[in-house]
Design a protein around this ligand. Structure first.
Ligand SMILES: [Zn+2]
Ligand SMILES: [Zn+2]
Length: 74
């Protein structure tokens, strides 16, 4: 059995809704990749063995949120 992030592997089942306008958010990818050039030291962006951190962007208000995607066993 392998533990993988469902969003990195296009198994994405979960949808994330913007907390301010309730529009479905787009997965921009892993925080590590999205913030390559824009590292914020106070935000943990490294993956743990249990979850993968993705950045989601709202298509309506352009709010960005980091979401911990829990890895699943396949
Ligand atoms: Zn992932
Ligand atoms: Zn929004």
């Amino acid at each position: 059995m392998e533990v993988v992030c469902p969003n990195c592997n296009k198994l994405g089942i979960e949808k994330y809704i913007c907390s301010s306008c309730r529009v479905e958010m787009t997965d921009l990818g892993r925080a590590q990749e999205v913030y390559q050039d824009d590292y914020t030291a106070n935000m943990p962006i490294n993956d743990s063995s249990d979850y993968c951190i993705h950045v989601f962007k709202c298509n309506s208000c352009h709010n960005k949120e980091k979401v911990q995607i829990k890895k699943i066993s396949i």
